[in-house]
Design a protein around this ligand. Structure first.
Ligand code: SF4
Length: 347
């Protein structure tokens, strides 16, 4: 089977017209790759344009404040990607005079750049023969070659990487990598692929053995935790309290309202009996004005159940030095989690 010929031919006929396919500039490719990790193309496109617009060069990105970067990233999730982007941009400027490293091994030394991103940049921009292996590639290879080694085992990762590196085009490694990923995204999709239209239909082991729904195999099921967030929107004379999330947790360095988090759902009555509530409002005159409906917010390993409690206080709260006290109308200037932004828009 001429794997290379078939995949490149399919790509020429079917590839989507995407802006980062028209460039070989590493800054632009890197930006698109980081944005597209864990994000669908349609969702990522506007972010790609707004980043390039606001930070047209790596120097501009390196000079930016983390706050501005997080604000622009708002809504994309996995905020560590944005923090790493910033940190890698600063290293490229300070240690490489603003020039992107050109090899897989050098690229991997940068923060947030792992095997996948290093292979993508080095092959797309510098023609290095390095195969990319992402979720799409695992699916395509496991099905066509009928490989049932789990993709999240050390053995599986090695086997798939070796196979991808055997198959990769020596002449057009970048195009080959784009082709196999695009093939996984458009043709060999997770559910009900249209095999009749597939150039590999005669060779595909998964199809022959009726294993399309089974492959690729993954060992571990992701464990999902439930968390219950009660956000306190504490208002005082047109101002609200806000705090920066500094803990090693989701949304680090974003801002949010003071929070009471519990492991189980609480009624309004139970919430105001918690020790956190009492410590926030001890001796304060308060009026609870609203208890929002519960909003479910799903992250990859967590399900958040979020409610907002609007509380008016007569006096400024004492002893909350780490909290910001800001004008309600200035809330939109802060980078906040998207679930909170939606609530703020209705205020
Ligand atoms: S025949 Fe079907 S399962 Fe096999 S590679 Fe093609 S689309 Fe995927």
């Amino acid at each position: 089977m001429d794997f290379e010929g078939k995949i490149l031919n399919w790509y020429q006929k079917n590839k989507r017209d995407l802006p980062w396919r028209k460039t070989r500039k590493p800054y632009e490719i890197w930006l698109s790759e980081v944005i597209l990790q864990q994000t669908r193309v349609q969702q990522g496109l506007p972010y790609y344009f707004s980043f390039l617009n606001k930070f047209p060069t790596i120097n501009k990105l390196a000079e930016a404040s983390e706050h501005d970067i997080l604000k622009l990233w708002q809504g994309l999730g996995y905020y560590s990607r944005a923090r790493n982007l910033h940190s890698a941009a600063k290293s490229i400027v300070s240690e490489h005079k603003g020039q992107f490293p050109e090899t897989f091994l050098e690229l991997k030394k940068l923060k947030g750049i792992g095997d996948y991103t290093a292979a993508a940049i080095s092959s797309f921009c510098f023609n290095e023969v390095q195969a990319v292996v992402d979720g799409n590639v695992y699916r395509v290879l496991s099905r066509i070659f009928g490989i049932d080694t789990p993709i999240d085992s050390t053995e599986g990762k090695k086997e798939f990487r070796e196979l991808a590196n055997e198959l990769i085009s020596q002449k057009h490694p970048g195009e080959f990598n784009q082709a196999i990923m695009e093939f996984g995204a458009l043709q060999c999709v997770p559910k009900n692929p249209d095999c009749e239209k597939c150039p590999f239909v005669q060779f595909c082991v998964a199809r022959k053995k009726k294993m399309i729904d089974v492959l690729p195999i993954k060992l571990k099921k992701t464990k999902v935790t439930n968390r219950y967030f009660y956000y306190l929107v504490i208002r005082h004379k047109g101002n609200v309290y806000l705090k920066k999330r500094t803990e090693k947790d989701i949304w680090r360095n974003l801002h949010d309202f003071p929070l009471i988090e519990t492991k189980e759902k609480l009624s309004e009555k139970k919430l105001i009996q918690t020790k956190e509530w009492k410590s926030f409002f001890s001796n304060s005159k308060i009026v609870v004005n609203d208890f929002s409906d519960e909003v479910k917010h799903v992250l990859s390993h967590q399900k958040l159940f979020v409610r907002f409690v609007v509380v008016d206080v007569k006096e400024k709260l004492k002893g909350k030095k780490e909290w910001l006290y800001i004008k309600e109308k200035e809330l939109s200037k802060y980078a906040v989690p998207v679930v909170m932004e939606r609530f703020i828009k209705q205020l």
